[in-house]
Design a protein around this ligand. Sequence first.
Ligand code: DP6
Length: 323
Amino acid sequence: MKFVAIAHPNIAFIKYWGNRDDKLRLPANGSISMNLGALATRTSVTFDPQLDEDVFILNGIQQTGDSLVRVSRFLDIVRELANSPLFAKIESINDFPTGAGIASSASAFAALAMAASSALGFDLDEGALSRLARRGSGSACRSIPSGYTEWQIGASDLDSYAITLADPDHWALTDCIAVIHSGEKEAGSSEGHRIAATSPIQAARVADAPRRLDDCRQAILTKDFERLAPVIEQDSNLLHAVMMTSNPALHYWRGGTVEVMNAVRTWRKQGIPCAFTIDAGPNVHVICPTADATRLESRLREIPGVESVLVSGVGGGAALLSD
Ligand code: DP6
């Protein structure tokens, strides 16, 4: 039987970077994000006794190599839980550019965790689903619960999962994503997590994370944009400082990335509430109160180097569509 699930990507306000345990994806620090309701991954899973290997079709193209191996290794975890020998056909569609710093692995593994576990007969609660999604991609655990979510660092596999901090309608924020380059990125996040500790800045970034998490959590709970803006920009800058100083160094920014960062700082000085945050890619997420999104979107489109602008408000959690 075919099981279909949908999940949204998320944008981290306080970033996950580096693991205490790479295999289990137990993070070096907790993280906070907002689900992006306008963007989605839709995934169907069918376990089939006729198949002698997993078949993974992404955006209509049958996958081989690393992308298939990563999905198969994840399904092995679910198969082991269910004590099932069956292989599956997985079809997944993203309605946004894959692999461009708009975390497609988050929505991908959140939707896959939900569809695959249901297809093998599990009815997992939110915490268990978030833990399972985490094993596929760390940030995916934050796409299981709804709205603004926090991945609690946890002491072990059992308590490292994400919870809702606030529902989507708690605070109307919008992410205007300035797409600088929509192709595949050069270095994936998993490699970045593995080398994070080679940067001398990582230890300081991790040690200070509880303060940033607290500041960000309070800013969300009290809907205080003036408090949110500096902490999310500082957290993004710390992440990129670590990336640029790890061995090998990771440089994701392009010229357009810096143009947008400078523009956001200028607009904020002029009194427009907005703040930037950048993941493992060149695109810039400009976070703002929804009331300011339309004028920011048109200003972003005028900046040389900006290919396009995607706009999203706060989204719900992962959901099963049908069976
Ligand atoms: C910069 O969750 O993509 O987007 O667990 O190896 O799949 P894997 O890494 P991933 O890392 C996300 C890194 C980030 C920050 C964040 O989303 O917290």
